[in-house]
Design a protein around this ligand. Sequence first.
Ligand code: DI6
Ligand code: FE
Length: 408
Amino acid sequence: MDTSGWTRVIRNASVASGAGSAAYGLIAPGAVAIAGEHIAWAGPDAELPARPPAGARVEDAKGALLTPGLIDCHTHLVWAGSRHREFEQRLAGASYADIAKAGGGIASTVKATRAANEDKLLALAVKRASRLVAEGVTTIEIKSGYGLDLANELKLLRAARAVGERLGITVRTTLLAAHAVPPEYQGRADDYIRCVCDEILPAAAAAGLADAVDAFCETIAFTPAQVERVFTRARELGLAVKLHAEQLSNQHGAALAARHNALSADHLEHVDEAGVRAMAASGTVAVLLPAAFYFLRETQLPPIELLHRHRVPIAIASDLNPGSAPIASLLLNLNMACTLFRMTPEETLAGVTRHAAAALGLAAERGSIEAGKIADLVLWDAEHPAELVAQYGMARPTRILRSGKDLS
Ligand code: DI6
Ligand code: FE
């Protein structure tokens, strides 16, 4: 074993590596060696050299659980305003779609978000993201989509990037200009899509502000033909795509996304077998969002069994947003994925590590504890990985490492 370059060793841990054939990739007692920003070695504690290299700091985890840094691969956490009135309206019987059609929903958040300056938005977003980070999340995808014009979409993407710098975590930004038709384009959705393709997408790409492009394919949002235009333009600009597909109805968005080699198709409650088969063929990750299902009191479950049968990797994310998922907890989503969707704790943990990394195009560098990957790691006041999922509000990180360094 080449131990030169080791800067840090965490030993005597219950290492849920997410790699190998054991459940959770568990190595217990296990050890992880770090060289600078990267994982240099992970394996059984007994295989560590008797004498660690000079200069390496060695820590005894005393049997505590060590996982990869968690990855929340779908959030909309930059917004202003509050939708608590809509919560009350929905409890009184109005549906999410009813509220959207009456000019509430996303449109009401757009109004408040346009009125907020970048500093205010950043402060709000940092507060929400820090809730996720406190749960061991070290990588967050953040979408725009509450600006819906050039200046405001770029404002959201800049705020999203700044969240990463402020909290010392990794942020991947996604341009979601095709989230809703803005008020000034009411009744002219095709014209708005032209503006997205001709102005917003090229400007976001040129400014290096977007890592990917997303759209909302739904009767209350954009048609498959409109999404097709956005995706075609995105790919011309060299940007990866992903899609809000089949959340409220089957628009065959998953198959459309797969045709464009999308990184992920998200929500998927109403996806059919053709859509799942297309995703399997293109390697598109299924991102399931239990909080939105729960919060909107949906009854159509995502077809877990179908996804399994076609071996589509499943990620779990918070969808953190003001309207359909105002829940700033990824761990609660893991519990809900088990209780509501009947997934196993092991599957859900893979869903916020390995498969979430794949949903962001980061599978080569993050999502598991393996030599060569970036040393984003979380030590917990728990011993077994299922504890993070089977109970809520109990296990907490005792230490978070991002790129090999303690996150302060
Ligand atoms: N689907 C959702 O669940 C979020 N966006 C989307 O396309 C909801 C966004 C909101 O209601 O503000
Ligand atoms: Fe979403």
